[in-house]
Each structure stands twice: as structure tokens, then as C-alpha cells.
Design a protein around this ligand. Structure first.
Ligand SMILES: Cc1ncc(C[n+]2csc(CCOP(=O)(O)OP(=O)(O)O)c2C)c(N)n1
Ligand SMILES: [Mg+2]
Length: 344
């Protein structure tokens, strides 16, 4: 099978034409706004030490979550890295249980024992949050193997950052997935940096989509600042996979406006560079497009803003008022095997 590498440069152009229904645009807008407001509240709570430990926000990358909502089905599986609040929310995990998880409370989606990097929900086919860079690539390949084995039509969306694209586990997984024709959609969210190290400093192959060609895996480079373009690429990939043709790889070019984690002052990039991407902010561009092209009225947009603000305010209150897990919970849900040694 020939690899399809569409070598598109990082596009900073605003897309202008209206191609989708009003409901789709409003869904994208609501999804991105929920993530943005959730994480702004997260940063505020972190600064008050109500949230502790590692915390990596997704702000700037939300168009990828929006495209996921419209292009894949609730039965498809998703596994990703630690920058995951937005992916969990777009998957349908509710703001209350995600915020409570960040606060370490028993009402959190994994009972306060996972924190920022380890949300999980079997009900939502969301396999989490992984702190080890690239660890989810073989996990997602394995989940896809299970779907293939059970002869379902589902695919496993396996997401990772540009830093993970150089991990050996990726090469073994891609090889296996192609050999066994697995229903896996690999997505590299290329935000240009792995902590403080730019992609250009770590490889002479900067268009990460090209990695797929070593395996004859159909691969594309996509503009990740546009929900439309993300949706279209994901839909093409999902169609290919569901028709039984095997894996697909999308490098989705995006940008994070904040540091790597909350403790990163971000000295490795210029203010001008950050500003350049803020000018094509997917949330702002989508809102302007909805209003300028009269897809929906200002009153309809304000109604969504109001509802999201209330939802996030309520989530913070819910998290604050919830209890911490009781100590006997510490050893629950960690091991399936009840008599696993070394537990006591
Ligand atoms: C195996 C491994 N090596 C190193 C680290 C330390 N580390 C944490 S995040 C990170 C950068 C990963 O960057 P990228 O994959 O681009 O994801 P992004 O943070 O940009 O979303 C590194 C090196 C780790 N967690 N796991
Ligand atoms: Mg990165």
C-alpha cells in the first residue's frame, strides 16, 4: 500500500468558507469553550494550591478535541498522554468529575487517585492519560488489536505529542499495526515543543507525518488550528480504517499558549511567536466566523458562554465541597488480582 503524505506546511491562514451545519459549528464552539474555561479555572485553583502536582493544560490545542467530537463515534476508543483534560472533556466525561479529580477528591472520575495526568472512564471508552512519554502508543495498538479480534467496527484513536514521536515504542507499534492491519488511528499533536525542546532541535525530519512512510502507513500533516480541517482529516482517516484498510497516521500541527506545565516560565520561545498563534486562536476564530457569517446570533453565543461559565463555576464548587478519599481506598482499584503480593 502506498503512503499518502500530503506535505502541507503549518497553515496560519484563517479558513473563511462555511461548510458545516449550524449545529456542528455550535458544537465545536461549545466543546472548545468548555475546555478553555475549565482549564482557566484549573490554573486559578492551582495558583491557590487547591490543585497540586503535575498539571499540563491544553489551551490552544482545542480544535483537535472539537474535530474528535464530530468525526468519531462514542464507541471508538481513545488513549492519550498527560495533556489530557480537553480530550477527556470532549469524550463526555463531565466537568464536575474532572475538576474533582484535579482536586484529588473522592468524587473525581478515578476517585481522586489519578490527578491531572490519569483521568479514565470505561463508560466513555476513554483509556486515559499516560505520564510516560509514548507509553500509550503500544497500549492504543493493543486496544485496536482487541477491536480487530472481536470483529467490531470501532477504531482506537491513539494520541501523543511530538516528543513521543521519536520513541522506539512508536516504531515497534507502527510495524505491528501495519503487519496485522489493525484499526488504529495514530495522532501526533505536534505543538512544536517537547518541554523546552523544539522539534527542529531533535530531528532533521520535522514533518512528523513522514515517519509513517517507513511503514507504508497512509499519513497526513494537518492544520490543527481549524476544527474544520481537523474534522475532515479525521473523517478521511476513520473511513479508511473502518473499511478494513488498516492504520492511518495524522500529524496535527497545533500550539500550546501556556508553558509545558504550570511551573514552566517558557523562556525557550519568543512572545512574538506565541502572539502569532494567538491571532489564529481556534476559539476566537470560530466565534468570529459564527458571528460574521451569521451562522448563529450573538444571543445564541452568549447563551453558550453563560451556560459554560455556570457549569465550570459549579464544577469548582463541587470539587471544593467534595471529600478526600478515605485511606482504606488507597489499595482499591489498583490491581485486578485481589491477592497481588506486596500490597501490605
Ligand atoms: C519516557 C519519558 N521520558 C521523559 C519524560 C519527561 N517528559 C515529560 S513530558 C516530556 C515532553 C513530551 O513532549 P511532547 O510529547 O511533545 O508532548 P507535549 O507536552 O508537547 O504535549 C518529557 C520529556 C517522561 N515523562 N517519560
Ligand atoms: Mg509537544
Amino acid at each position: 500500500m502506498a503512503a499518502v503524505v500530503e506535505a502541507k506546511p503549518k497553515s496560519k491562514k484563517k479558513s473563511t468558507s462555511k461548510k458545516y451545519s449550524k449545529a456542528t459549528y455550535l458544537k465545536w464552539y461549545e466543546t472548545m469553550l468548555r475546555i478553555r474555561k475549565f482549564e482557566e479555572a484549573t490554573l486559578k485553583a492551582y495558583s491557590k494550591q487547591k490543585i497540586r502536582g503535575f498539571c499540563h493544560v491544553y489551551i490552544g490545542q482545542e480544535a483537535i478535541a472539537a474535530g474528535l467530537v464530530s468525526a468519531i463515534t462514542p464507541d471508538d476508543k481513545i488513549v492519550t498522554a498527560y495533556r489530557q483534560h480537553g480530550i477527556a472533556l470532549c469524550r463526555g466525561l463531565d466537568s464536575n468529575s474532572c475538576m474533582a479529580e484535579l482536586f484529588g477528591k473522592e468524587t473525581g472520575c478515578v476517585k481522586g487517585k489519578g490527578g491531572s495526568m490519569h483521568f479514565f472512564s470505561k463508560e466513555h471508552n476513554y483509556f486515559g492519560g499516560n505520564g510516560i512519554v509514548g507509553a500509550q502508543i503500544p497500549i492504543g495498538t493493543g486496544i485496536a488489536f482487541a477491536e480487530h479480534y472481536r470483529e467490531t467496527k470501532n477504531l482506537c484513536v491513539t494520541m501523543f505529542g511530538d516528543g513521543a514521536a521519536r520513541q522506539g515504542a512508536l516504531y515497534e507499534s507502527y510495524n505491528m499495526a501495519m503487519t496485522w492491519n489493525l484499526p488504529v488511528l495514530y495522532i501526533c499533536e505536534n505543538n512544536g515543543y517537547a518541554m523546552g525542546t523544539s522539534v527542529s532541535r531533535t530531528s532533521n525530519v520535522q514533518e512528523i507525518a513522514k515517519v509513517g512512510s517507513a511503514f507504508d502507513m497512509p499519513s497526513e500533516s494537518v492544520n490543527g488550528m481549524s476544527p474544520e480541517e481537523v474534522h475532515e482529516a479525521l473523517s478521511r482517516a476513520a473511513k479508511h480504517i473502518r473499511s478494513g484498510k488498516g492504520p492511518y497516521f495524522l500529524e496535527i500541527n497545533t500550539y500550546r499558549y501556556r508553558g509545558h506545565s504550570v511551573s514552566d516560565p517558557g523562556k525557550y520561545r519568543s512572545k512574538e511567536e506565541v502572539q502569532e498563534y494567538k491571532e489564529i486562536d481556534p476559539l476566537k476564530v470560530t466565534e468570529n466566523k459564527i458571528l460574521d457569517q451569521k451562522i448563529a446570533s450573538k444571543a445564541e453565543i452568549d447563551k453558550i458562554k453563560d451556560a459554560i461559565n455556570k457549569e465550570i463555576e459549579a464544577a469548582v464548587k463541587f470539587a471544593e465541597e467534595s471529600d478526600y478519599p478515605i485511606s482504606s481506598e488507597l489499595y482499591e482499584d489498583n490491581y485486578l488480582q485481589k491477592d497481588y503480593p506486596f500490597l501490605t
